[in-house]
Design a protein around this ligand. Sequence first.
Ligand code: CO
Length: 215
Amino acid sequence: MRVLKDLFDNNRSWAEQMQAQHPQFFLELSRQQSPRYLWIGCADSRVPANQIVGLLPGELFVHRNVANLVIQTDFNCLSVMQYAIEVLKVKHVIVCGHYGCGGVRAALENTRLGLIDNWLRPIQRVADRHAATLDAISDHAACVDKLCELNVIEQVVNVCQTTIVQDAWARDQELSVHGWIYSLADGLLRDLDVCVTCPDEMRATYAEARQAISR
Ligand code: CO
């Protein structure tokens, strides 16, 4: 008997359903993909990228890691970005965090979990940078959520600062970077208003977003 049979059964009925709705769907997708969006999100099982934004296979290029971090030396993330932007020519990069993120909470609480502590370390630097804002919040869950928002804003900046995005803008390629946050509690996305479409916008957008979020 096949291991994890229920998952294969699910897969078969999903494929049949897709095929019934769009007879050419898999054939067309097998020939090419032309997504307009790159999603950089958290690996959390409760934040399924395609479902949240109602996009079909082929419409969203996805990179997920714990706490949706964009680290300049992470060749996994950078390779995804390079392929998405230079080859697939996506028009939008969406960094999407979520409230109640376990990675963000662990970083804030300085919880020792093992190897992952090293991965989460950059979030502690974000927390240090925004200590005044965070210290002003007495409710712990609200503090975690605020750091989730701040983390998204910082990762948007990190995306903008990669050579990949800088080069795209230098050759006048149309490319916007967005920062969103998802609520596990109601399934809704919120735009953090940190949309950056060219290098000149980055500094002002970052400053405005920080200010808006500090209120
Ligand atoms: Co998370």
